[in-house]
Design a protein around this ligand. Structure first.
Ligand code: NAP
Length: 308
């Protein structure tokens, strides 16, 4: 028997879709992934999720999302989907050796922030290393910060962080920015932003669980230097997790899934998408959760229209 709804992904979007489809009595099956519950599992305090005026830890918030969906009958598989076939009805979702069929499919596989892959970066993630200024900037009052990257995201994050930091230094691997002219001009005009050109960050160092120093290396001369910081923001782009769907669904140039905004319908009838795998602009837990709700309602109505 095919499942009514399979949700692939378990961040705020996937788990909200799970909650809403579960409460609609659709008994959704959630393929939650081998590393479930999304990017908030990599953060510490979340102070901008409405309803938690004192803040909440990212992993604790996600456990609450999951528990709430489970309470209404969502079923979970803790493994990655390995293949999907959207050309057949019901749709096919493979998880290793196991095969599931789905009358409707909700994709909420999210995006992954690109990381530098340097020593200390993972160790200090959520403890001084961040990939989201909107989420974490507030925690860096009065300290010097480094932003890595030369695109619009890096300029936006650097400008935003000047509200909190004593100073922001943008470290870019080349001598020219990739960011749009307007974003560049804004950053150049900001007295609290400095630039270090032609330079890679080589290592994140700290003590007592806090980032204190970055080791830098000049990309032309190889000269090594250090800079004292209170935090490092890595802003070198995101990759949507769409490898499973390439060639089966319409994606935009950057690889994000195209939906019929404000609806969540994709280019394949009966397949819906929500959260960061669609949204490269807002990328917030609360916007992802909102879109997860929309996808659940869209799927529910679609199933009903099919006479399901
Ligand atoms: P992006 O445009 O791809 O820029 C990534 C930046 O990171 C580039 O400067 C790149 O350097 C650098 N980089 C990549 N890998 C690196 C590595 N391993 N080590 C060091 N540096 C590395 O990504 P984005 O800034 O996230 O922007 C993505 C898209 O969203 C763009 O289309 C952008 O216009 C859009 N966006 C728009 C706004 C806005 O308009 N408000 C805000 C954010 C994003 P190189 O330059 O040397 O390649």
């Amino acid at each position: 028997m095919a499942e009514n709804v399979v949700v692939v992904g378990s961040g705020p979007a996937g788990l909200t879709a799970a909650l809403y489809t579960a409460r609609a009595n659709l008994e959704p099956l959630i393929v939650e992934g081998a590393a479930p519950m999304g990017q908030l599992m990599l953060t510490t305090d979340v102070e901008n999720y409405p309803g938690f005026p004192d803040g909440i830890l990212g992993p604790e918030l996600m456990e609450k999302f999951r528990g709430q969906a489970e309470r209404f009958g969502a079923k979970f598989i803790t493994a990655d989907a390995t293949r999907v076939d959207l050309s057949r009805r019901p749709f096919v979702v493979e998880v290793g050796e196991a095969t599931y069929e789905a009358s409707a499919l909700i994709i909420a596989t999210g995006a992954t922030a690109r990381m530098l892959g340097i020593k200390g970066e993972r160790e200090y993630l959520g403890r001084g290393v961040s990939t989201c200024a909107t989420c974490d900037g507030f925690f860096f009052r009065g300290v010097p910060l480094v932003v890595v990257g030369g695109g619009d995201s890096a300029m936006e994050e650097a400008s935003f962080l000047t509200r909190f930091a004593s100073k922001v230094t943008v470290v870019h691997r080349r001598a020219a920015l990739r960011a749009s002219k307007i974003m560049q001009d804004r950053a150049f005009a900001n007295e609290k932003i400095d630039f270090i050109w032609d330079t890679d960050v080589r290592e994140v160092k700290g003590s007592d669980g806090k980032v204190t120093t970055l080791e830098l290396s000049n990309a032309r001369t190889g000269e090594v230097s250090t800079i004292d910081v209170g935090g490092l923001f890595v802003a070198i782009g995101h990759d949507p997790n769409t490898a499973l769907f390439t060639g089966q669904l319409e994606l935009n140039d950057a690889g994000y899934i195209n939906v019929q905004h404000p609806r969540t319908a994709t280019s394949v009838d009966g397949v819906f998408a929500c959260g960061d795998v669609v949204d490269h602009i807002y990328r917030q837990a609360v916007t992802a959760a909102g879109m997860g709700c929309s996808a659940a309602i869209d799927a529910e109505r679609w199933l009903e229209a099919q006479g399901h």
